[in-house]
Design a protein around this ligand. Structure first.
Ligand code: AGP
Length: 608
């Protein structure tokens, strides 16, 4: 959940590390720290709060040196205090460690170390790493890190510097991503390419239980058993400006607007309009198995889970495959028993979500085939699945996921259409879906064009403390996603419900201070949704309807109407959710929230 950036090269490290931290701040932002090495001198600083506070502190400091490590934290063990921030050090201040992940046997290790007289200065699990590496050090830092890796259980991505070994950094991973960047100003190691895209697009992904010794001129990768590994660089497709605001006040708003483009990217090169069949190169390795598949389970967390919930309805409509959707955090503990030819589809923007990773590992053990729908190229889920489809949405910096949700939905439609065309769908039906997919970017820009109208609605209702979101069928998950977006960034309490469930409980809450956002396209559920709206209005609840353009009936019934263009049923959620995203964004703006870095949240949840 935290962010790591390390640099060793020919430029002053302080500025490069601070810049990298700012680009990683979305991964965790309760405290931060950095250490810079100049020969046998290591200068370091830590601070509670945002990177700006750390920057303020180090600005006055004399921090010479062209190598260093830096960290932005999302607290797991111990409160966000200066003592608990990283780097963590040993008592002699020889070893400096930054760490993402959780050391699960840290209590046992800590007790053993305390018996040996070691005094702990922080409440973190990371501090045991600093002590162990210091104890294991006999002149070779890589070997000291290896020996430590054999002693610890849990997950980690670590960056280590030792006062006695200037000119090298050692990094290691188990469960938390680390990427080495090769540039003409030296080498980077980071938990996320965003920290280095300004300097390089050439990267190497460190793999499980590997460590790397990195110098200004090169790097060597070896396993924990000291077996050396050759690996060539890959080119990342992200550009430096992808991680810039480009005139937008927040990344979230920028990413909402990018959706016209990210939907095109998700479709690019994947459509064969004449045949009514999409092309998905990433699934070729499992094509035979997919053709035999009649049972799928989609596993994911948060927003990606809601994409999966829409996916279930889409698969039901387009294919003959039975689809279940499970929260990865629950699925991993279920008693799994799959029918033959079961596919697990893992949906994850980051490709690093701990619960989703654990779920696919468990499913693999039980014999299921694995498919990933992932945005981050080279991420753990993309590597551990048998095949997959990338979102190509570019970096998503806002903690609240927006553009990835819509590209996940597009990919689910493509996958279902491809399989459906080999099952029950006619050429005409296939061609229609493709034509409608192609129309999405223009239709989505019509939703974006209503930003001012949505902002005015937010201005009117943002002080209401409780909201209800209702939808049916394809839009039931959109109600849940709309409520999640509002909760995450505005801290307003919101519930997303299947509209049919309203009478079974939530109706008790309806009053003039509780707005209901009702997603009501002109589909087979339309009349039932209208009845729900009447029920709310009879109890004086304000209704904000997300309806199809030109819907006259709703204009007289709902208090506010946000219009979305007409599109086939399975694609309506892609337009409706953008209205929900904007509504959440503007409510948070009126409430002066920290929209891109909402409290307590982190972009990538790499611990359970
Ligand atoms: C979305 O707004 C959230 N921040 C969160 O629910 C997120 O979708 C979830 O943690 C899953 O992340 P992933 O897609 O990277 O696996």
């Amino acid at each position: 959940m935290c962010g790591i950036v390390c640099y060793i090269g020919n430029k002053p490290a302080k500025q490069i590390l601070l810049e990298g931290l700012k680009r990683l701040e979305y991964r965790g932002y309760d405290s931060a720290g950095l250490a810079v090495q100049d020969g046998k001198k290591i200068s370091w600083q830590r601070a509670v709060g945002k990177i700006a506070e750390l920057e303020r502190r180090v600005n006055g400091m004399d921090m010479k040196g062209t190598s260093g490590i830096a960290h932005t934290r999302w607290a797991t063990h111990g409160e966000p205090t200066e003592e608990n921030a990283h780097p963590q050090v040993d008592p002699e201040q020889n070893v400096f460690v930054i760490h993402n992940g959780i050391i699960e046997n840290y209590h046992t290790l800590k007790r053993k170390l305390e018996k040996k007289g070691v005094e702990f200065r922080s409440e973190t699990d990371t501090e045991v790493l600093a002590h162990l590496i210091a104890m294991n050090f006999e002149g070779d830092l890589s070997q000291a890190v290896r020996n430590t890796m054999l002693q610890v259980e849990g997950t980690f991505g670590i960056g280590v510097m030792h006062r006695q070994t200037p000119g090298e950094l050692v990094v290691a991973r188990r469960g938390s991503p680390l990427i080495i960047g090769v540039s003409d100003v030296g080498h980077f190691v980071a938990s996320d390419v965003a920290a280095m895209v300004r300097y390089t697009d050439q990267v190497v992904h460190l793999q499980e239980n590997e460590l790397a010794r990195v110098t200004a001129d090169g790097f060597t990768i070896s396993t924990v058993q000291a077996k050396f590994v050759e690996r060539t660089t890959e080119t990342v497709e992200w550009q430096a400006e992808d991680a810039e605001l480009n005139g937008f006040p927040h990344f979230m708003l920028k990413e909402i607007y990018e959706q016209t483009m990210t939907i095109k990217n998700a479709l690019r090169g994947r459509l064969e309009p004449g045949e009514g069949v999409p092309k998905l190169g990433g699934i070729i390795p499992v094509w035979e198995r997919l053709m035999a598949c009649r049972h799928m389970v989609i596993v994911a967390c948060g927003t990606s889970y809601f994409a999966g919930c829409v996916g279930r309805y889409i698969f039901e409509k387009l294919t003959e495959i039975d689809v279940e959707v499970e929260l990865a955090s629950e699925f991993r503990y279920r008693k799994l028993n799959f029918p033959p030819n079961t596919f697990i589809i893992a949906i994850s923007q980051s490709g690093e979500t701990a619960d989703t990773l654990a779920a696919i590992r468990e499913a693999k053990r039980k014999g299921a085939s694995l498919l990933g729908i992932v945005n981050v190229v080279g991420s753990s889920i993309s590597r551990e699945t048998d095949a997959g489809i990338y979102n190509h949405a570019g970096p998503e910096i806002g903690v609240a996921s927006t553009k990835n949700f819509t590209s996940q939905l597009v990919i689910l439609v493509l996958l279902a259409l491809l399989l459906g065309r080999h099952q029950k769908l006619s050429l005409t039906e296939g061609v229609e879906v493709i034509r409608e997919l192609e129309s999405l970017p223009v239709k989505l820009s019509k939703v974006l064009a209503q930003a001012n109208h949505i902002e005015a609605i937010a201005q009117k209702y943002h002080k209401c403390n409780n909201w209800l979101f209702l939808g049916r069928k394809y839009n039931y998950p959109i109600a849940m996603e709309g409520a999640l977006k509002l909760k995450e960034i505005s801290y307003i309490h919101a519930e997303g419900y299947a509209a049919g469930e309203m009478k079974h409980g939530p109706i008790a809450l309806i009053n003039p201070q509780m707005p209901t956002v009702a997603i009501i396209p002109e589909d087979e559920m339309y009349e039932k949704m209208i009845s729900n709206i009447h029920e709310i209005k009879s109890r004086k609840g304000p209704v904000i309807a997300i309806a199809v353009e030109g819907d006259q009936k709703l204009k007289g019934l709902a208090d506010e109407v946000i219009e979305v263009p007409r599109v086939i049923d399975i694609l309506n959620p892609i337009l409706a959710v953008v209205a929900c995203q904007l509504l959440a964004y503007y409510c948070a703006k009126f409430l002066h929230r920290d929209i891109d870095k909402p409290r307590n949240l982190a972009k990538s949840v790499t611990v359970e």
